[in-house]
Design a protein around this ligand. Sequence first.
Ligand code: GDP
Length: 486
Amino acid sequence: MTARITLLDEARIGLRSLIDRVEDIAAPTLRLGVTGLSRAGKTVFTTALVHALIRGGRLPVFDAANSGRITSAALKPQPDDAVPRFAYEDHLRQITVERVWPASTTRISELRLVITYAPPRGGERTLTLDLVDYPGEWLLDLPLLDMSFADFSRTSLALARDPARAAMASPFLSTLAATAASGPENETSARQLAATFTTYLAACRTERVAMSLLPPGRFLMPGDLEGSPALTFAPLDIPSGTTPRAGSLAAMMERRFEAYKSAVVRPFFRDHFARLDRQIVLVDALSALNAGPAALADLERALDSILAAFRLGRNSLVSALFRPRVERVLFAATKADHLHHTSHDRLEAILQRLVDRALTRAKAEGALFDVAALSAVRATREASVNRSGQLLPAIVGTPEAGQEVHGHVFDGQEEVGVFPGDLPQVPDSLFEPGGTGFRGLSAADGVDADFRFVRFRPPAGIGAGAPLPHIRLDRALQFLLGDRLA
Ligand code: GDP
């Protein structure tokens, strides 16, 4: 077992945490992490959250805003000069003026917002909110700190050979079969293996397959490390408990795996993750439900890894001196506007069950956890659609130009009313070991199967300064910030 976090890192985290606490007393500050796998909705959520704080809107559950106690919220220069700024203004303009979704998160970014508010007991105060938006792929890397190259190889290959993934993994597995791990080190083989391994990871993440990601996260979200040796490795069939022979391909891969941990994973943990006070984890649970039981099982595995990340680095003497840093974690199922409101509670209940099970397994403690089904920017409205003389609850939106459903290609202007189908009540079979699982909604349920994957444009008729329509964004705000504005 390799050292998970070095003692020096522990000391740096401890010191940083102490400085942050002193600063927090002088000027109350909260670092809120926004994460989730690629396309879960981080960029849209962060933009909507900032906009709601600055512009307000219909936020009945968010007490500080609802009772008119937020005097102002203003953007200020962020504290970390080396981290890119979250392009809030550009994203907002795209959503409201251009009616297109902004470009997704591919790296970490930060934004500082200073909120002036009146506590219920009177007076005026400020809360500095530092938002840190980062790819969930990086979070799923944290458990690697506990793994040796042999551990990583064993778990990755077991999953690649799992029937649910085997087809997507087959080019990688054939390259692997044609490579001798104990043979001499060889850059061409390393690159071929890394490339086919990356293609396999990417295939698992396509919208219709919706498998949650396996590490290494930077293989899909490389940031500025693309092409570097630290990202040019792949799991190998090596017997556990043995040390690869010096000069062998296995030794080379092991070295790079260790470099990945020390140059990529550990600094992210130390400089960013360990400093968060609160965290929202966005989950595209709908895509997983639509894609079927294998995707859902995969989502559970991802939740396990996320929870493991919250426990990391807490079991040494140094870290024991400081209280657990992340105090609140909200798991949020995004894009609830793809469902009729009658199904929002069900989506929440399904996510709750997934999270509960993961919490039990992870024996997570110290932080407060909650779940919500939300839509940060609501792109649809509700209506009734006549289906063979029967009025059914439907959602209406504008599909993006080029979206094709049942042979009809949408032009980006035309609206469509779709019957999204009801999510099931939490079906036990979905969760029981050996159960039949949830097969996803399909035509057999009376659902327009193809509409499950339609991408709607952002809503029409919103001026740049007007509040954005949303679903339950106020609940998220209340859980994440409410107590600090009271
Ligand atoms: P990121 O990769 O986590 O930053 O994800 P984004 O925020 O870029 O969202 C990915 C895509 O999901 C967007 O381009 C939209 O198509 C869709 N999306 C995100 N949030 C919402 C939402 O609240 N409603 C709808 N209808 N679509 C959303």
